[in-house]
Design a protein around this ligand. Structure first.
Ligand code: NAD
Length: 513
């Protein structure tokens, strides 16, 4: 079994113990390390076939990676901003050139269709774009003559080693949300990607290495709870960025904070799309179908509830049904597919259970994804549409994370706002209307972190920051953009004066001016 080789093979895959399946190793200090006591299977969700065996790090291996990162960061924080900028530009170019390989890797392990994988890469690259301006983002502040002969300036300094823990549903975009700014700001990173689709992270690390990033600054450590929990308590890890489900986000937030770390932990979502009586129903139906069933509903910004206001419900439900039942569902690698499989058999079982339980809860199953059959062993299910859903039903209350769209009927705009504001999740929401006043009121009234006006998936562009409210984000700082430069730096304020020695005197009073 290969235990340590220089990075260079795209995914770092080496032949496994049984010489059949490749072992997917860690990328630490520029080396691929495949030695492991435990492994987990990596599968292609479209076929159910195992394609690799992922090395899972134990606590000792995590500690060894932190030592490597800590050492490397000492030199990296001294590396000039101009040099860091060059590396960002090169990394951007290399990632773009390797886009096809990245997309194919996403599709093979996640299952989403290739065009969707390509879109995720584009959105991820926005973060590299933003970080090419790192010199501007890291500029400090200066105030001359705050008191006689005294000047004050503020600088931003890196934190040291930061941990980035990512979910399965965006294996390129979410790592890029985090690692680009962390590195640009002068930190070293331990990236712990999802064990379901880990290979894209290795491609990202290789691209940064090829762009000139010194070894040890971007390390990829694979693992499960054991590896994550070691990162949360390790004294040399200064900050933790996490994206995943709400229960795990709470654990990450509480444990990291208890160990004195800066932490941002983004959780799950249940995103509502309000359709007002004046909305164009065909446009609204197109938007609902795209945002609910794209990526098989496995997006944290997917629309999972349509809130039909007034008399739009019947017409809207029929328009969504007729569109959803025509979706082409199949292997994401097939260009004809519009929607791929779910990530695991467990996810398929969970989603199936929600659809099965909806009628018993009193909802109307308009389109039942279970009725669509698929050849092979992939984790496929058709699109489901469930009408007359109300709070209190599991299909409404829980994050399903699959291609299941609920419709809640309400009488008024106020009832729509009350419904959304009562939700424990507050990641994204959207309003569809032709009326500017309604849109403006919605923006003002709604208690959700990201709002779309006739935009169903309002993921902010890279120059803004991304984050929900309530149980969708634990911590104060949003991801990427300007807030990320705050998260990944400490501000230091320096007051200085250059007095004449002859004017020196003792003064025990508190300094004022
Ligand atoms: P998850 O919470 O199961 O896993 C996320 C990460 O946490 C993975 O790296 C995983 O290895 C690790 N992890 C899992 N269980 C753990 C445990 N017990 N202790 C420590 N670490 C653990 O999430 P997922 O299924 O990979 O991703 C889907 C979830 O992520 C959904 O809930 C989705 O809404 C959410 N998500 C949120 C956003 C957002 O921006 N708010 C973005 C993407 C995904």
């Amino acid at each position: 079994m290969t235990s340590s080789t220089p990075a260079g093979s795209p995914t770092g895959a080496a032949r496994g113990v049984d010489d059949e399946l490749p072992v997917i190793g860690h990328h630490i200090g520029g080396e691929i390390i495949t030695a492991a006591e435990r492994h987990s299977p990596v599968r292609n969700p479209a076929t159910g076939r195992e394609t690799g065996r992922l090395a899972l790090a134990d606590a000792e291996q995590v500690r060894a990676a932190v030592v490597v990162a800590t050492e490397a960061q000492k030199a990296w924080r001294r590396t000039g901003l101009a040099r860091r900028t060059q590396i960002m530009f090169r990394a951007r170019q290399i990632l773009d050139e390797r886009r096809a390989e990245l997309a194919a890797t996403i599709t093979a392990e996640h299952g989403k269709v290739l065009s969707d994988a390509d879109g995720e890469i584009t959105r991820g690259l926005e973060n590299v774009d933003f970080c090419t301006g790192l010199m501007h983002h890291l500029k400090g502040e200066y105030a001359e003559q705050v008191s006689t002969g005294v000047d004050v300036h503020q600088v931003r300094q890196p934190l040291g080693v930061v941990a980035c823990i990512t979910p399965f549903n965006f294996p390129v975009m979410v790592p890029l949300w985090m690692v680009t700014t962390a590195i640009a700001a002068g930190n070293a990173v331990i990236l712990k990607p999802s064990e379901r689709d880990p290979s894209a992270s290795l491609l990202i690390a290789q691209a940064f290495r090829d762009a000139g990033l010194p070894d040890g600054i971007l390390n990829v450590v694979h693992g499960d709870k054991e590896a994550v929990d070691e990162l949360l308590v390790h004294p040399e890890v200064s900050a933790v960025s996490f994206v995943g489900s709400t229960p795990i986000a709470k654990h990450i937030y509480a444990t990291s904070a208890a160990h004195g770390k800066r932490v941002q932990a983004l959780g799950g979502a249940k995103n509502h799309m309000v359709v007002m009586p004046d909305a164009d129903l065909d446009s609204a139906a197109d938007a609902a179908v795209s945002a609910a069933y794209g990526s098989a509903g496995e997006r944290c910004m997917a629309i999972s509830v349509v809130v039909a206001v007034g008399d739009v419900a019947d017409g809207l439900v029929e328009r969504i049904r007729s569109r959803a039942q025509r979706l082409s569902i199949g292997d994401g690698a097939d260009p004809a597919s519009e929607m791929g499989p779910l990530i695991t058999p467990e996810a398929l079982e969970r989603v199936t259970g929600y659809v099965a339980g909806a009628a018993a809860e009193g909802a109307t199953v308009v389109l039942d994804g279970r009725e669509q059959t698929f050849d092979g062993e992939g984790y496929f299910i058709g699109a489901s549409l469930i009408d007359h859903v109300t709070p209190g039903m599991k299909v409404y209350d829980d994050e399903i994370f699959g291609p299941v769209l609920s419709v809640v009927r309400v009488d008024s705009y106020d009832a729509a706002v009350d419904l959304i504001n009562a939700s424990r999740y507050a990641n994204g929401t959207a309003v569809f209307t032709r009326d500017g006043k309604t849109a403006r009121e919605f923006e003002f009234d709604i208690e959700v972190g990201m709002v779309g006006v006739n935009v169903p998936i309002p993921v902010p562009v890279g120059a803004f920051s991304f984050g929900g409210w309530k149980d969708s984000l634990f911590g104060d700082t949003h991801m990427y953009g300007p807030e990320a430069f705050n998260f990944y730096t400490r501000r230091k304020v320096v007051s200085s004066r250059w007095p004449e020695p002859s004017e020196s005197q003792i003064s025990l009073g508190f300094p004022t001016h």
